[in-house]
Design a protein around this ligand. Sequence first.
Ligand SMILES: [Ca+2]
Ligand SMILES: [Ca+2]
Ligand SMILES: [Ca+2]
Ligand SMILES: [Ca+2]
Length: 416
Amino acid sequence: MLSRNFSGYRLREIEVGMSPHYAIQVGDLLGDGKRQIVWAHSSGKRLVALQSDGEKLWEASVSNEDKHGVTALLVADVDGDGESEVAVGEHPNGENNVLILNRKGEFKRRINLSIGKRDYANCAIDSFGLADINGDGFKELVVAVNGGHIYVLDKRGTVTLEISGLPDYFEHFVHNGDLDGDGKDEILVSAANVVGAESPSNHNLFFVLDHDGKVMLVRSLREIGPDCHVDYAVVDVFDEGGEPRLVTSTGGCMFDKEGRLLWHLRAVISHGQWVDTGKVSPEMSGKQILFSELWHYNHGMVLVNHDGEILWTYDDVTKGAYPTHAHLIDWDGSGELYAIFGEQPGREQKKWPLKIVAVNPEGEEVLRIPFQDWRVPEWQYNYENSATVDDVDGDGLEELVFPTCKGTLMIIGKGQ
Ligand SMILES: [Ca+2]
Ligand SMILES: [Ca+2]
Ligand SMILES: [Ca+2]
Ligand SMILES: [Ca+2]
């Protein structure tokens, strides 16, 4: 482990011997006021929990043969006993299960679900969501299983809602939020009959499913943006009107609860991979929306207001490198949020001189952290690093948790 202190920022780099991309979660596992980091080896066979200072808490084995490093993972109190669990998608021979481990990494429960279909990553359990489906104040575990199934599990692990007949393959994640404001969360997910582009036999659809499993909204991806799926979707209240709105990363779209498209950014962003929302500055009206992109990106980051007007773009991305998931971060406790994002190596095999940057509400780069990164070819799939922002050390300010392709986690926060 390497620790450095600079004027302006602190950086801790933890060797993990693997590059976790989507199978990484930062969460309140121990209830100790800090955040822990749980990640799965790209095969999904090995699960590791770390304290944010690099101390290994535990390691667990899981029956998986994940080919793409997309094993579904969630840290949350899924059984309502006041302690967090780790939920993992588990795929022993011919089964697809939700494996629940306690905060020490010990077996707690296994929920065996009807057989779904394995995708190109060899995973049937696609992703987990957390949603208060019945409006009782507790967020149930939502499980998207390829084969067109979504299950909602109550505190006891009992299936309380099963939705079937959706297109077979979910891409990529299930999201949740209360779009119609009735106090019960909806399920947001995109799906298609095959993984890939629209064709006469394949229609890429995005669904908003009501608390009873009925389709509240469905839109063709052609009406959303140029992609096969919606990677991220957020439901939030963005302006003084108080009405919840739906924002999709793909196409940079905002919809109202009737599914009317209020605005989009299809002329500005290429396809839209990630989205984050927050109140960037007390002077700004309502909340702002930060989009970031990956392949064929137009901009590293785009910040817009709730009317879809561009406040700024960030474009100084290293040639040949790719952006990663940008976040809004409470960097210094000033009441303003910075936008923070890091770069990942391009396809060329070399040591890439890359950077992490923070941008203030006015769009000015206020921090630049240089680092080197490179790809390890035998690590599948080693793209799409899932950076996260949280107050990992419990000091009241947020840090960036940034996985590198070379096999480390960098934890970066404000310096003293
Ligand atoms: Ca619990
Ligand atoms: Ca509930
Ligand atoms: Ca609702
Ligand atoms: Ca902190």
